[in-house]
Design a protein around this ligand. Structure first.
Ligand code: SF4
Ligand code: SF4
Length: 356
């Protein structure tokens, strides 16, 4: 019903589906294309699809990606240069096509992460046209997380599991239907067209309780919301060597992290030599080249790269954005091939230093 209405209003709809053994948000071909019963078991270094015995639509916790690649493209041309008939170089901007897109099933942790991406890409005086074009076209249908994965810890970062801001429409899935709430004028326009019956007080209360039990079910946590000083006072802690001995510097954690925005810009000349594209692609602070400055590397080993990632995310972001760069989605834990657990590392590093 909701998807059909969104399609009628001209939205390209993205919702949950399985690709390569994981639950992702992909384009829905028909209004009834959202499957029931999808779920996945997650733990450090492990992600496995299962079935929800209650056959709900949104019983899954986040897969490897959600909103980020649809706003901040993994790779895209920013501009091109070509030689014209007279041999003069002509430069032109390349802006993405940005059809209206509705994303159905986004979670509170990813809405909080998107707000951080907005703070970076849409900041005053440095608005990124490519990001802005895609972002403006997004309509976000959030869903309360009723069954967090074992890797989730959004309750401890204050970002979930119930969406509180940043959505156009919010849903809470209950045993006998959905509680639906509009969060913007665009969302209200869609909700009005659905002609729903008003939610009963009992349903609203059930949704609130469902959010509270989902938060209580989370077993992982960070020891505080502001770990800036606790971490920055431990830059020589032996734990950095211990984690570096396990870390493969593969960059998976940065690729799946919904707040990471590092990128590289490269020129890709055509074989003819007549044109070249200037391309932006996701980069990772775990890569050797990321720390390369003129003539030397400021982060030549894995110890310094892991430390850079963790201290930037949980300490430096407080100076840049007024909060930590972690929204507790747990992806970096599940998708780390050696099962490095950010919450475990932080607990060890800040054992006596956490700020409550
Ligand atoms: S650091 Fe890890 S848990 Fe935190 S937002 Fe990024 S991927 Fe999610
Ligand atoms: S922490 Fe894990 S996912 Fe991140 S770079 Fe190291 S091995 Fe890869």
């Amino acid at each position: 019903m909701l998807v059909g209405q969104l399609m009628q209003q001209g939205y390209q709809c993205f919702g949950p589906g399985v690709e390569n053994g994981a639950i992702v948000l992909h384009e829905l071909a028909t209004p009834d294309a959202i499957p029931r019963g999808l779920q996945a078991v997650q733990s450090p270094g492990r992600y496995q699809l299962t079935q929800d015995p209650e056959q709900r639509y949104f019983a899954w916790a986040n897969g490897p990606q959600a909103i980020k690649p649809l706003a901040f493209a993994p790779t895209e041309s920013l501009w091109r240069v070509a030689r014209d008939a007279s041999g003069t170089l002509q430069f032109s901007a390349v802006l993405p096509a940005a059809p209206k897109r509705a994303l159905i099933g986004v979670r509170a942790c990813d809405l909080a992460a998107l707000a951080l991406q907005d703070a970076h890409f849409l900041r005053a005086g440095a608005r990124d046209a490519h990001y802005a074009q895609r972002r403006d076209a997004l309509l976000l249908v959030a869903v309360q997380c009723a069954a967090p994965a074992a890797t989730c810890f959004c309750a401890s970062t204050g970002d979930g599991p119930t969406p509180t801001a940043g959505y156009d429409i919010a849903l809470a899935e209950l045993a006998d239907g959905f509680v639906v709430e509009a969060g913007s004028a665009r969302g209200q326009h869609v909700v009005d067209a659905l002609r729903l019956s008003p939610a009963l007080a009992q349903h609203i209360d059930d949704a609130r309780k469902q959010g509270e039990s989902a938060a209580a079910a989370q077993t992982r946590r960070l020891p505080g919301r502001n770990l800036r000083d606790a971490l920055m006072s431990q830059l020589e802690h032996p734990r950095w060597d211990a984690v570096a001995a396990r870390c493969l510097a593969c960059g998976n954690c940065t690729a799946v992290c919904p707040t990471c925005f590092c990128h590289a810009e490269v020129d890709q000349p055509a074989l003819s030599g007549e044109s070249s594209a200037h391309v932006r692609e996701w980069d990772s602070c775990f890569g050797e080249s990321h720390g390369h400055l003129h003539g030397f590397n400021v982060r030549p080993d894995i110890r310094s790269r892991y430390r850079q990632w963790l201290t930037h995310k949980l300490a430096g972001w407080h100076d840049q954005f007024g909060r930590s760069g972690c929204t507790g989605c747990g992806r970096c834990i599940a998708w780390c091939p050696v099962g490095i657990d950010l919450t475990e590392e932080v607990a060890a590093l800040t054992a006596r230093e956490a700020t409550p």
